[in-house]
Write a protein that binds this ligand. Sequence first.
Ligand code: FAD
Length: 444
Amino acid sequence: MEITVIGAGLAGCEAAWQIAQNGGEVQLVEMKPQKYTPAHQSPNFAELICSNSLKAERIDSAAGLLKEEMYRMGSLLVSCARHTRVPAGGALAVDRAQFSTMVTEKIRSNPHIHCVQKECTEIPKDGIVVVATGPLTSEALAAQIDRLCGGCLRFYDAAAPIVTAESLDRSRIFAASRYNKGSGEDYLNCPMNKEEYETFYTELLHAERAPLHGCDVQDPKVYEGCMPVEVMAQRGPDTIRFGPLKPVGLRDPHTGHRPWAVVQLRREDAAGTLFNLVGFQTNLKFGEQKRVFGLIPGLSHAEFVRYGVMHRNTFLNAPKVLDSTFQLRKEPRLFFAGQMTGVEGYMESASSGLLAGRNALRLQQGLPLLTPPKTTMTGALARWVQFGGEGDYQPMGANFGVMPPIEPHIRDKRERYAAISQRALQDLQTFQQENGWSAPTEEI
Ligand code: FAD
């Protein structure tokens, strides 16, 4: 019996390929070109709707490790990307038209994938299904998913940056909760004096913003509840000082006084390896975020694992409903994959499709479902989907902060990342050998 995959985007194509290459039959349902989301334009599958970069390629970078793991697990998308690359320094960037054309041809010519062109307005009632309809899922299906997942499908407008704990200058920062409520370790506080605040404020006002995409500019009201910090700053010199940078209830132990303004950092994960800048939703260009937010005391050398972004985005509250196998707990025949599970980025979406597709097939074959070890990037991201971090569930891209630290600690960052990557690839190899989860041998 065919496994249905809905959506031939990055996750859906990878899921369909994994099923077809490993002994299953697939029905792949895609609404293009009959109907387009506000961001899609090409009739081809696996369309890159914004940047053509699939990020860094070095294996000792988080994005590079993710792609290498996917390649070793037989990823269609990584292979097509390597075939359609364009020069881009250390990044794997592709000719977007060639890339999606190649993916489309591979999918369409696979005898085990049966492509159907239609909008799926509801999830098929029978059989195993992988839903991979992306952050811009069409309305009727989105409404059904919303009901199915207990109203946990939601819109998210702008995100604040996330930095690594180890890159913070602790000599400039103090740990405390406002009015000493909660655990003293819940927040880190970056205190500013008047002069530091004024310099920061001026740079923030004049920093360069990223251009909005078509679907984002349609309805500016979308962003009212989640206003970018630079937009709030435009309302007056003290607006953010009475907003996200308010110093009330905080005393700097270094001076014994209340600071003029405070940027709070909130722990992003249970291990405390990642922190987000509270209230710093932003649409500044990435380089500007690094420059301007680097003026905040303690953040001069901050390593950003995720920059703030602003685009319309719909995703599940995955920790409430999904397992790390991408299976829906309450209805095990259903799997979700892609950006809608709360992984962030093209290759992250494809990697979830890879795991969801393999697991959907294993379910059909009566085999136990599997997640790669947590020491691999694919496995760590899958666990993020299952468990999330502290507080509200937030989308997450590949980064070393979601992986367990290497023991003993290696001081040099480059060497440390190389060691984490080496451990990941070794553990992945063992996992693949133990579970017969080998990559298809033939070259794509
Ligand atoms: P998609 O690639 O969007 O695939 C979903 C597919 O499902 C589409 O082909 C769609 O037509 C189809 N579909 C939808 N509803 C139905 C239905 N009811 N029936 C049948 N088919 C349906 N990530 C990056 O790494 N870099 C970026 O530059 C970037 N820019 C982005 C810009 C925008 C505006 C958005 C919204 C997201 C961006 N992302 C970016 C995030 C993310 O990586 C992409 O959204 C990525 O395409 C997600 O992959 P996916 O497979 O989950 O969804």
